[in-house]
Design a protein around this ligand. Structure first.
Ligand code: PBG
Length: 327
């Protein structure tokens, strides 16, 4: 005997049109943010594939401009820039130099693509000789003395054309310091998208090849969060909002979808998930081996961020997905 009083969930899955009608979440082109790595080099045609991130490149200014032109053609609305300076020093001076590589890239892209939203990653680790995100003394990462350097970096990025400032350093008080400095310099309308809930994650491995910013000693565990902690993420999110953050980033993405959901439920600001380099590398590696269907897995991973409550996603797959959406 077949019972008659069970739920027939399949009714709403019976055809493509039916499924589309009841679909709860969708990834839109404007939800996607593409990361770029721009290198300070005399070689105008410099273009080097990152070995652990197939299809992602370190680019000279000229190559960046070409690459972005193609992406804009495919519908790219926003990107986030990371810089690799020619020289590094103790204080990461390349991060806040008026002619620093990100500053140059911002001016170039703003001029050529006025409608493209430019997000500047604000951190010192790609620019410091020791590879840490703050000032160092006796192998200790100093908090308060770092704030001024971050604020200077943010202001110089805003002056160069950054539409959004995205601090990723995880020093305490940096959102407040950056907000005050931006306001003081006349950039009170420039939003801060803070990496509020950023974990000390091993999923950043390939990024450190890409940005050449691995710490030369120790690790980032005294400033980035313990992956075991969820509630603490809400404390960090609340603190950044209180200090003036406009958008909150949760990072990494897929292993932390619970955190995306908690931030979404606890705060009413826009939420961004960062699908980091290690997530990208894992999908590329599995797909390269023929073990998963790349496009299907990428699309599924991106809609998972939306379902978890993210409004937007930073993803290295952005260019590829936009090209497919357009096709
Ligand atoms: C810089 C920064 C990192 C990432 C974004 N900004 C590296 C880190 O914190 O070690 C990681 C991005 C990725 O893995 O894709 N602080």
């Amino acid at each position: 005997m077949i019972p008659s009083d069970f739920h027939r969930g399949r009714r709403l899955r019976s055809s493509a049109a039916m499924r589309e009608l009841v679909r709860e979440n969708e990834v839109r082109p404007q939800d996607l943010i593409m990361p770029y790595f721009v290198v300070e080099t005399d070689d105008a045609s410099f273009r080097k594939e990152i070995s652990s991130m197939p299809g992602q490149y370190q680019l000279s200014l000229d190559e960046l401009e070409k690459q972005v032109a193609r992406a804009v053609e495919n519908g790219l609305r926003s990107c986030i820039l990371f810089g690799i300076p020619a020289a590094k020093d103790e204080l990461g001076s390349g991060a806040y130099a008026e002619d620093g590589i990100v500053q140059k890239a911002l001016r170039r892209l703003k001029d050529r693509f006025p409608g493209l939203l430019l997000i500047a990653d604000t951190c010192l680790c790609e620019y410091t000789s020791h590879g840490h995100c703050g000032m160092v003394r006796n192998e200790e990462i100093l908090n308060d003395p770092t704030l001024d350097l971050l604020a200077r970096t943010a202001v110089s990025q805003a002056r160069s054309g950054a539409d959004v400032i995205a601090p990723s350093d995880m020093m305490d008080g940096r959102v407040a310091a950056i907000r005050a400095a931006l306001d003081d310099a006349g950039f009170e309308n420039t939003p801060i998208m803070s990496y509020a809930v950023k974990y000390a994650s091993s999923f950043y491995g390939p990024f450190r090849d890409a940005a050449e910013g691995a710490p030369k000693f120790g690790d980032r565990k005294t400033y980035q969060m313990d992956p075991a902690n969820g509630r603490e993420g809400m404390v960090e999110a609340a603190a950044d909002l209180d200090e003036g953050a406009d958008i909150l980033i949760v990072k990494p993405g897929m292993p932390y979808l619970d955190i995306v959901r908690q931030v979404r439920d606890n705060f009413d600001c826009p939420v961004c998930a960062y699908q980091v380099s290690g997530e990208f590398a894992m999908i590329k590696a599995a797909a390269g081996n023929g073990w998963v269907n790349e496009n299907a897995v990428v699309d599924e991973s991106l809609v998972a961020f939306k379902r978890a409550g993210a409004d937007m996603v930073i993803s290295y797959f952005t260019e590829e997905v936009l090209a497919r959406m357009k096709a």
